[in-house]
Design a protein around this ligand. Structure first.
Ligand code: AMP
Ligand code: GLY
Length: 420
């Protein structure tokens, strides 16, 4: 099979790594890919947002399956365009991508179906939002309705902070149209967990749970980022909670929205009253994918092929009884402005270590060397017998890699260790 992966981050490198292991994979392409994907996937210089260009490429190169990494192309209708040309694609239609692309849409869906989520009010004007804040309990959460690349949520401790968020999103339009309406919701307390499923329009199959670390610094402090690390083990969700999430959230959602083909990712808050939905995403999480796929025993391409043919229920999913951890190496000034072009050393030594895979996120290959090419640089991942072992291996490999300004969090997975 000929496969195209759309995107350029660590998630896409993990997808390429998993797909290339399939005996069914004949030719792999990444559009545009990064310094790591090029080892197994030919780079294609077409932007993820250029749906027409990608569909034409897929037709010309007889691509059997295209896997879309990021959300933005899905919201813009890339999957619709591929399907209308009879091209296999992993991702929902633009209409169903609203489940990620509009917070108000998803909150309304939750209310209609009685799904567990934070109480909320959707506000179409700034006046309305200021009015809601008059009677809100604090902390409260202000969310831009649209896609904001992780910058659209403010957990406001005070009325002043909340009003500032409304002014930024709705009046100053700091996020453009994404902030033209907002959702104001109750602040939930608890640990977060990420829960992904494969869905083929009729059936779905769950993946193993994982946990992201969104804040930049140790102890979950500092600004939100695109994820500083993740881990996956079977302790994140008890089998009872897992069943509750599947039956009480995922199944009613997929039943209600109709034919959803792609990845559905629920961001959960594990509150004292049970798991509640923070958000839905219509794609794989990053960096969650980097810890989920190393635990997948089943051939990923076989799963994708079954999804395209709507026969996912025929595939028996198997997971390795291992834990996994991924440490995100960033440029020290991330998530602020970063310098790029720093030469990276130690990649081969790290990759040779037991259980380790180094996924590239923001890297560039030039003349036989790998250079930094963004704030999020590498996802150093390891599997092990239990979380402590996975973490030890991942940190040992992370420490073997060097580049000027390298930084990471040293406490990835600590909540998981404490749970044990
Ligand atoms: P979202 O994009 O909705 O996942 O929000 C991004 C992050 O903001 C989440 O991962 C949480 O850490 C935080 N967050 C979102 N909604 C809430 C909420 N209702 N209560 C507490 N924290 C929240
Ligand atoms: N890990 C958060 C996300 O992918 O949205």
């Amino acid at each position: 099979m000929r496969v195209l992966v759309v995107g350029s981050g660590g998630r896409e490198h993990a997808l390429v790594e998993a797909i290339r292991r399939s005996p069914r994979a004949s030719r792999l392409y990444a559009a545009p890919g990064n310094g790591g994907t090029r080892a197994h996937a030919e780079p294609v210089a077409i932007a993820p947002g250029d749906a027409e260009g990608l569909a034409a490429f897929a037709e010309r190169h007889a691509i059997d399956i295209t896997v879309v990494g990021p959300e933005a192309p899905l919201s813009l209708g890339i999957a619709d365009r591929f399907r209308s040309r009879q091209l296999g694609v992993i991702g929902p239609t633009a209409e169903l991508a609203r489940i990620e692309g509009s917070k108000a849409f998803t909150k309304r869906l939750c209310s209609d179906l009685g799904l567990p989520t934070a109480a909320y009010t959707a506000c179409a004007t700034a006046e309305e939002a200021y009015g809601v804040l008059e009677t809100s309990a604090f902390p409260t959460v202000v969310k831009a309705d649209g896609l904001a690349a992780g910058k659209g949520v403010v957990v406001a401790e005070t009325p002043g902070q909340a009003r500032q968020a409304v002014a930024d999103f709705m009046e100053r339009r700091t996020l453009g149209d994404a902030g033209s309406s907002v959702v104001i919701e109750e602040c939930l307390k608890g640990e977060e967990a990420s829960f992904h499923v494969f869905a083929d329009g009729t059936d779905f199959q769950p993946m193993v749970a994982s946990q992201d670390h969104k804040r930049r610094f140790e102890g979950d402090t500092g600004p939100n980022t695109g994820g500083m690390g993740a881990y996956s083990d079977d302790g994140i969700l008890s089998s009872e909670i897992r069943r509750g999430v599947i039956e009480g959230l995922i199944r009613p959602t997929l039943d209600a929205v109709g034919a959803y083909t792609g990845i559905l990712y629920a961001g959960l808050m594990l509150t004292r009253e049970g798991p509640k939905l923070l958000e839905y995403n219509v794609r794989f999480g990053d960096p969650e994918t980097q810890v989920i796929l190393p635990r997948l025993e089943t051939d990923l391409l076989e799963i994708f092929a079954a999804m395209v043919d709507h026969r996912l229920s025929e595939v028996e999913l198997a997971w390795k009884p291992l834990a996994s951890a991924s440490i995100v190496l960033v440029a020290d000034t991330y998530p602020g402005k970063v310098e790029t072009g720093r030469k990276i050393s130690g990649l081969e030594a790290a990759a040779r270590m037991d259980g380790v895979t180094v996924y590239h996120a923001g890297t560039r290959w030039e003349d036989g060397h790998v250079y930094t090419n963004g704030g999020r640089v590498l996802n150093v991942t390891a599997v092990g017998d239990g979380l402590a072992d996975a973490l030890e291996k991942a940190y040992a490999a992370a420490d073997a890699i060097a580049f000027e300004g390298k930084a990471c969090r040293r406490d990835i997975g600590q909540k998981g260790l404490r749970r044990q």
